[in-house]
Every structure is written in structure tokens, then in C-alpha cells.
Design a protein around this ligand. Structure first.
Ligand code: MIG
Length: 682
């Protein structure tokens, strides 16, 4: 049951797709307090209650013990003291005596104090114009399903985007890309996409390609396509201010950019120096900006990542002027402890400043709206702009699209990646914990920068990260300019990397089936254990294991130098240990706590009782997802009685998801596995 409470005059965010009648009663499940400019909700939490949700935020799966602020921020240091990252995912679930979800539909700042100030109290503070949905259900799964139906079906990526992808900030030109491709090919490692970061553009101008770096861009795109490798360019939010640059000129001529207080185009600076921000909250401007993706699509591009769309601001023209004046006044002065730190802070305060966000405006259907009140929508609407354009350009085709900033609702148009993490072991754990929380919010096509974006990775960290990353729909190795090279062939012998990435390919038939079920049935692909074992008090507390699809549980190793880890089994399960798609070891483990050894080159997962999963039986010819079509299958099963599996298969590129022929019911009895745990498909 969903109840909808409207406060003040909320801005239509587009998060919700279902019409729900407004509930008029004053009493929410929670206590509320409507003040002049804000609404505050309170909820008492019992000691054993668990709070799930909040999407991308830092810390554990259980969000208790900290406060989180929805305020999209370009912050590349994701340590546990951070209150905001790139996304605003205002949904959480209280798992207490009652199970209910809360969605706060407000695109400005929202604060979730989940027992930080007082351990027993959940306090949500939001601007006074908002809609609050309370979703009650019998179970965690049911609450999520209702919420997901409320916000609409998740974006479905093309199947090739489930292959292994390589990125790095610093690939400059054709030669660099060729080097990556041959690095993988020479080592016999599958590769499905290579990313173009900002350097492919001419002077960081959106929708341009530097002709010196890529003299024959469309031919190059074509040449890679013949090898089933996709080039995926980045698009940044800011449009360079430069006379003669057509996007700039058109934006100016049609008033498509955000305005400042005085009605002038708001000038900030990002990569290209001065930029204007396309007013993606304005329907016309959005359609115009989205249409620009066509330029790259016509050259064969079929995937994009939208970056810097919080939107990130290095500095604004006005603010910079003020700061430089202040600094000039300090010239030749003897700076003491106070004035020196003031100077330092002054310079740092230039970036992503809330003052700047409060100083520019959108034109939403003729209404002038201050950016700060809709700040969290920018990435969503930039991504919607692109997705809507794709629907026009090629209505029947799936295009890869994901964004850095997001708001609930954007999940219908694209996925996200979790931004600029670090090559730290802790960030591998964080990435594991972010996945189910994102799935609750409808964001299914997602993953983190494997190996870590900032900082120098190490071979062991990259191996462990890949051993988790083979389960994330977006499996992309990405790193920052200036860090140690991170392609898997940069670490000496590639055998272990090749085997792990090949295991991903063997798992794709299962992972893709499960992804499609989650998307089409409004369910979660990654789940905390409590969602499947609600009666099990110990399962409820597990923070570092996940259910993946209907058949398996994973327990990744995420600590340095570990040779294994403790695992909790909520029921008897079959442990599968793989060092390559061909080398598997099985062992049935009983319910309870176990220590398992997991060597550095090993992938381990657990199959539920009376469940199966299918694997592609790879041969050396499988280099991409397209080659999987020719593979035969084998089943891993732990079937003391019987099992049934719905296998989903489609062309991977069209939108005919619902066709009956995509589904195959596969039934098994214990006789099918009379020789053990493996059954080859004839
Ligand atoms: O401020 O385009 O999160 O993936 O490599 C850095 C350069 C800008 C941030 C993205 C990252 C990308 C980088 N970008």
C-alpha cells in the first residue's frame, strides 16, 4: 500500500510514473513537523531495526549510525565521513516491527539523520515543498517492488554492455586505443568496449572530435566494431564559451543556457575554461541538447557516459573575480595563521560552491526556478535528454548510457557508475555495499571503477576487485590520469586476469537472465541476505555478502593479503570455486559460519539448494558477448529434489524484451545431477 502526502507546492520532478491519490490524513506512519521552510519527519527506531536504502551513499548496507545528505556533489574522496556523493537517492526502508519504505520527492537538499544525533531516532529534513510516499508491505521485497512500480521500469542496457570494458582518463588518440585493443587481443582476454575520456574532444568541446587525434573517426569506430569493440565517448555537462562553436552559438541564440540573477547566461568554468550549462530542465533546451548526440551516433557510436553533471563547477566567473580581488588585497601582507588559512580556504571554496548553485536559474515551463531548489535533478535531466533523443534517432535500438549524477527516476533512462573511487581496499567493500542500495532505487545497470579510479592500484587489489566485478552489470576497469597503468596486461603474467574475465563471460547467460528478470519484474538483482532470509537474525546482520539473482550468493574477499574469509550461510548451499571456466571445485557446506580459503586467482560463489545456474561452455573463440551465441551450455545445480529455472535470451539489442520466445523454462530433477553438480547441455 502506498500513501502519498503532499506538502506545499512541490516541483514536478518526474521521479514517479504512477498516479497515486493523495492521502489527506495529517498523520503519517511517522511523526512530522511542518515548519516555515521545511518538513521534518521523525521515526523511533528499536535497537534491532535496520534501515536500508539511500542508493550511492557511503558506509554499510544498514545505514544506521550516520547522517546522509542528498546534495549531488563532485567529491572524489569517498571516505566514510562524507555525507554526499554524486547521486540523490531519497528512498529508504525501515525494517522493524513494521516494514515500510519512505521516498522523499524533493530535488533540493534533503538530510537523513539515521540515528546519528540520537541513536534511536531517524530524522528526515526536507524543503517544505515536497511529496512524501510511504510504502507499506509484508516483506522487504514487496516494499521494493511497490516502490519500483511507482517509479517505473529500469533502463536496460544492450547485451554487449555486459561484456568486459576498459577505460582510462588519458587515452588520447587512435594509437592509444589501438594499444589497448591489442593489449587485450594479444593476451587472449575478451574486451567489449574502450572508453573515450575528455581528451578525444577538441578543446573539451562537447560533440566534437579532435581531428588530429582521430583523423578518420567514423572509419575507426567501424574498424573496431568489426572486432565487436565499442567506443564509448564521455559527454560533459558544460558547453564551452567560444564564438564560432556551433553548440555555443545555438544555445545563445535560443536562450538554452541557465541564466544568472540578472538574466545573463551563467558562466562557470570546467575543463574547457568558461562554460554555460544547457538548461536541461527546460523541455526545448533539453530536446536541443539531446539531439546533439546524433553527431556521434551518425559516426557509429552506440554508447555514452555523461559526466560532471552535478553539475560540477571549478569556479564561477563572478566568484573568481571576488576571490582574486581579495587575494590581491593580501599582496605583500604578513599572513598569520588566520589570514593564511583564510586564503587557502578562499581558493578551495571556489569549486562546487553552494553560493554558485544559488546564483543561477532554470526556465521550467516558463517558471524561473533557482538551481539550488532543483540541484539534484541536473544529471537526471541531462541523461533523459540523451535517452529521449536516442528514442527518436533509433527507436528500436538499445544504446548504452550511464551518468555520474542521478536522482530517482533517472533509472528509467540510464545507469550510473559510482564515480571517482580510489584504489583502496576499503572502496572495494564500499562498492559491494552500494550495489543492493542502488538496486532498491531502480538503478540496476551499475558498477564501480574496477581497480579504483584515483591512486595506484596493485595487482592483488585489481584481481580481488575483478572477482567481485564479474557480478556487476557494468564491468569496467577505469583509472585517473597520472595513476599507475591499470589495464590487466600491465601486471606481468596475465593468466589469472584472463581466467577471471573469462569466468565473467561464462556467467553472462545467468547474469543477463537475472538482470532482465530484475528489470522486467521490478526486482533487485543484488540483494542483502535479509531480503531472502527475513526470519534469520544472523543473515540480517551480514554486510559483506550479497544474493545475486535467484540462485546464488557471493562473498567477495575485500581485504589486503587475505587468503580467505568468514562466510555466513543462511542455509545449506553448494560452494563453487573456479579458477577458470573449465576448472571448478564443488563442496556442500551446511548452514552456519565457515572459514573458506579463497586464493588470489579464485572466484567463489554459493548455489542455493534446489537451484541451478547455467554457464556458457566457452571455447577459445569466445571474445565477445556475441560469440556466446555459439557456445553450448552447462548447468551447475544443487538439486537434492528438483529445480526450475527461467532462462532469458534475446537479441541483446532490440527492445522486444517482452516477447514470449525470450523465455525458456528449464526443469531439473535430482537424476539430472546424478553425477555430481554439473550437467552438460546436449
Ligand atoms: O574531474 O573526465 O568521474 O571518470 O575520468 C574529473 C575525467 C573529470 C570525472 C569522472 C572520471 C573521468 C574524469 N572526470
Amino acid at each position: 500500500m502506498i500513501q502519498k502526502y503532499v506538502f506545499g507546492k512541490p516541483i514536478e520532478t518526474g521521479a514517479v510514473v504512477q498516479e497515486i491519490p493523495e492521502t489527506k490524513s495529517e498523520i503519517l506512519v511517522m511523526n512530522q513537523n511542518v515548519m516555515e521552510d521545511k518538513v521534518v519527519l521523525f521515526c523511533k527506531m528499536e535497537e534491532e531495526d535496520i534501515i536500508y536504502g539511500l542508493g550511492e551513499q557511503v558506509r554499510g548496507i544498514n545505514k544506521r549510525g550516520f547522517s546522509y545528505i542528498s546534495d549531488a556533489t563532485d567529491d572524489p574522496i569517498h571516505t566514510e565521513g562524507k555525507h554526499s556523493l554524486y547521486g540523490a537517492h531519497n528512498f529508504l526502508i525501515v525494517n522493524g516491527r513494521k516494514i515500510f519504505g519512505i521516498f522523499v520527492d524533493n530535488p533540493g537538499k534533503v538530510v537523513f539523520d539515521v540515528g546519528e544525533t540520537s541513536m534511536e531516532t531517524l530524522t528526515i529534513t526536507t524543503g517544505k515543498d515536497c511529496v512524501i510516499y510511504i510504502i507499506e508491505g509484508e516483506s522487504l521485497k514487496e516494499v521494493v517492488k511497490q516502490f519500483r512500480q511507482l517509479i517505473g521500469r529500469s533502463y536496460i542496457a544492450p547485451k554487449w554492455a555486459f561484456g568486459y570494458q576498459q577505460s582510462r582518463w588519458g587515452y588520447e588518440n587512435e594509437k592509444d586505443i589501438r594499444e589497448v585493443v591489442s593489449g587485450y587481443q594479444e593476451n587472449g582476454i575478451p574486451l567489449e568496449a574502450v572508453y573515450l575520456d575528455i581528451d578525444y574532444m577538441e578543446g573539451y568541446k562537447d560533440f566534437t572530435v579532435d581531428k588530429e587525434k582521430f583523423p578518420k573517426f567514423s572509419e575507426f569506430v567501424e574498424e573496431l566494431k568489426e572486432q565487436q569493440i565499442h567506443l564509448v565517448p564521455i559527454i560533459d555537462a558544460g558547453v564551452k564559451v567560444e564564438e564560432g562553436y556551433s553548440i555555443y552559438e545555438e544555445g545563445i541564440a535560443n536562450d538554452y543556457f541557465c541564466k544568472d540573477e540578472e538574466g545573463e547566461n551563467f558562466t562557470a568554468a570546467v575543463w574547457p575554461g568558461k562554460v554555460h550549462f544547457p538548461d536541461v530542465l527546460n523541455a526545448k533546451a533539453r530536446e536541443w541538447f539531446g539531439g546533439k548526440y546524433r553527431y556521434l551516433m551518425e559516426q557509429g557510436i552506440d554508447g555514452f557516459w555523461n559526466d560532471m553533471n552535478e553539475p560540477a563547477i571549478f569556479y564561477s566567473e563572478k566568484n573568481l573575480k571576488k576571490v582574486i580581488e581579495e587575494i590581491s588585497a593580501m599582496k605583500d601582507k604578513n599572513l598569520d595563521i588566520h589570514s593564511f588559512f583564510y586564503l587557502k580556504d578562499l581558493v578551495c571554496s571556489l569549486s562546487n560552491s553552494s553560493k554558485d548553485y544559488a546564483s543561477f536559474y532554470h526556465n521550467m515551463n516558463g517558471r524561473k526556478i533557482c538551481h539550488k531548489d532543483v540541484h539534484n535533478l541536473y544529471g537526471f535531466y541531462m541523461t533523459k535528454a540523451a535517452a529521449k533523443a536516442f528514442e527518436k534517432i533509433d527507436p528500436e535500438k538499445r544504446v548504452l548510457l550511464f551518468s555520474r549524477s542521478s536522482y530517482i527516476g533517472m533509472h528509467r533512462y540510464g545507469g550510473i557508475w559510482t564515480g571517482d573511487n580510489h584504489a583502496w581496499w576499503q572502496q572495494l567493500l564500499m562498492s559491494i555495499q552500494q550495489m543492493p542500495s542502488l538496486n532498491m532505487c531502480g538503478i540496476l545497470y551499475t558498477g564501480s571503477d574496477i581497480g579504483g579510479f584515483g591512486g595506484d592500484t596493485t595487482k592483488d587489489l585489481l584481481l580481488r576487485w575483478l572477482e567481485f566485478g564479474i557480478f556487476t552489470p557494468l564491468m569496467r576497469n577505469h583509472s585517473a590520469a597520472g595513476t599507475r597503468k591499470q589495464e590487466v596486461y600491465q601486471f606481468g603474467d596475465t593468466t589469472d586476469f584472463r581466467n577471471i574475465i573469462r569466468i565473467r563471460y561464462a556467467l553472462i547467460p545467468y547474469l543477463y537472465s537475472e538482470f532482465m528478470k530484475a528489470a522486467l519484474e521490478d526486482e533487485m538483482y543484488f540483494r542483502p541476505l535479509a531480503f531472502d532470509y527475513p526470519e534469520d537474525k544472523q543473515a540480517k546482520r551480514v554486510e559483506d555478502q550479497l544474493m545475486v539473482g535467484e540462485s546464488i550468493m557471493i562473498a567477495p574477499v575485500y581485504t589486503q593479503n587475505a587468503v580467505g574469509r568468514y562466510v555466513y550461510l543462511p542455509e545449506e548451499m553448494l560452494m563453487v570455486c573456479m579458477t577458470s571456466p573449465e576448472e571448478k571445485r564443488f563442496e556442500v557446506l551446511e548452514k552456519g559460519h565457515h572459514y573458506i580459503s579463497v586464493s588470489l586467482n579464485e572466484v567463489v560463489f554459493f548455489v542455493k539448494k534446489n537451484h541451478v545456474l547455467l554457464l556458457a561452455a566457452l571455447n577459445e573463440k569466445v571474445k565477445t558477448t556475441a560469440d556466446l551465441e555459439q557456445a553450448s551450455y552447462e548447468w551447475i545445480g544443487y538439486v537434492p529434489e528438483k529445480a526450475e529455472y527461467l532462462f532469458y535470451q534475446d537479441d541483446g539489442i532490440s527492445k522486444k524484451y517482452l516477447s514470449k520466445k525470450n523465455w525458456k523454462v528449464c526443469k531439473f530433477t535430482k537424476e539430472d545431477f546424478s553425477n555430481g553438480y554439473l550437467k552438460k547441455e546436449n
